[in-house]
Design a protein around this ligand. Structure first.
Ligand code: SF4
Length: 409
């Protein structure tokens, strides 16, 4: 006789399991998937109890504090060998928007950032553009760099020498490349985005994006743990994934964290349609789906994980997000735009503080690397980086007041 398929839990059972998850009873995959499916189908049936459970768990781990990293966004090069269906960041070399920052420009923007009270230099760039573009490859060779990763090391060192703490997200890197960046980077990151191989099929978001192969992203994230690099991961929602695939992505992050202990934060990012991209006509995920996914992330990843949602991508639903158990707004720049989502302006820091307080929480500055790593994990840093971080933080691991200009949040 054939075994019958596993029973999907009903609503009453889901509510009970969500409550139990608050008291550290791990949420199983079947319960998480059924919750996510119900959230997508009939959000009114599950959203409130989901938020309530997640907010309680978030309060246990982080109290009524939400952090923010005051940064400068440096898109070192906006060429990329991939073609994700939702991306407006990567352009062709002939585009008037194509831009590679020189080291002198990195120095100049770093100085401005320091003067504006920023702590973090966020280096975000396309994935291995030298493979796709001969002209750019020649530009690198003329300057004695064999790859973007090599150039990136020097760029990070410039920002670090100026007094900022770099955090790099350069797509897929080898262990050797991450190791070369480690002395000048307080932390690094790579959005896992999704573990769905299906999204690499024809017509899907990652069809033309070999670097979005989930296996490569899992491999790099795992290696970052072996190298002891405080690491940012995350999930991208609304790019064609199913509720089960969303849950599986979060479970993969949970597993990576159990293995390496290096996942410092998990970003829950919502797809934002951009004109001129293949996915421009797709709807963005609803506010309910976004807040419910943040909440489920909290329940799956536990009270102490840092859970982040970008405030510029959900400007009208910050109160709902606060109730979903997050404890971080990510990087917000007083100086530069969000080059990945140029259509979505950052809130002013003063406005973000006001809105966070209106929701019953306080806003607090953090470095790109989270305080618990600075306080408790010296093995995650080269000695010079640790010394500089400690000199720039209070006993709890939060930044001391900005030394030049810009008021502290
Ligand atoms: S890998 Fe990143 S930069 Fe490249 S196309 Fe995809 S989203 Fe854009």
């Amino acid at each position: 006789m054939e075994a019958s398929p596993p029973r999907s839990p009903g609503r009453a059972e889901l509510l009970e399991r969500l409550r139990k998850a608050v008291d550290a009873e791990p949420l199983e995959r079947a319960v998480a998937v059924a919750t996510m499916e119900l959230l997508e189908r009939e959000p009114g049936q599950i959203l409130e109890p989901l938020l309530e459970a997640a907010q309680e768990l978030g309060l246990r781990g982080h109290g009524r504090e939400i952090t923010v990293s005051r940064n400068v966004f440096i898109p070192l090069v906006n060429l990329c060998r991939d073609r994700c269906g939702y991306c407006a960041f990567a352009v062709e070399p002939k585009s008037p928007q194509a831009k590679t920052h020189s080291l002198a420009e990195v120095r100049e923007v770093s100085r401005k950032a320091l003067a504006a009270g920023c702590f973090e230099a966020l280096f975000c760039l396309g994935d291995k553009p030298e493979i796709a573009y001969r002209g750019y490859r020649a530009w690198l060779y003329e300057r004695d760099y064999a790859s973007t990763a090599e150039y990136l090391v020097d760029a990070c060192e410039v920002a670090y020498a100026e007094g900022l703490f770099p955090h790099t997200n350069a797509g897929i890197m080898s262990a050797e490349e991450m190791q070369a960046l480690r002395p000048s980077n307080a932390s690094m990151g790579l959005m896992l985005e999704t573990t769905s191989q299906r999204l690499r099929e024809r017509g899907e978001a990652h069809y033309y994006a070999p670097d979005k192969d989930p296996e490569k992203r899992l491999r790099m994230t795992r290696e970052a743990g072996q190298l002891k690099i405080p690491f940012t991961s995350g999930i991208l929602i609304g790019i064609g994934e199913t509720p089960a695939e969303r849950v599986d992505t979060l479970l993969a992050i949970r597993e990576l964290q159990a293995e390496g202990g290096h996942i410092q934060e998990v970003i829950v990012q919502n797809f934002h349609p951009k004109p001129g991209t293949p996915m421009a006509g797709l709807a963005a995920p609803s506010d309910e789906l976004m807040a419910g996914t943040v909440a489920l992330s909290r329940l799956l990843l536990g009270p102490s994980m840092n859970i982040q949602a970008p405030p510029n991508l959900s400007p009208t639903s910050l109160p709902l997000l606060v109730r979903s158990g997050l404890n971080d707004w990510g990087g917000v720049s007083p100086l530069t735009i969000d080059f990945i989502n140029p259509e979505a302006p950052w809130p002013e820091l003063a406005e973000l503080e006001e809105r966070t307080e209106a929701a019953g929480y306080v806003l607090r500055d953090r470095h790109c690397v989270y305080p618990e790593f600075i306080r408790e994990r010296p093995d995650f840093f080269e000695s010079e980086m640790l010394q500089r971080l400690r000199a720039a933080t209070d006993a709890a691991g939060y930044p001391l007041a900005a030394t030049t200009g810009g008021s502290q949040v």
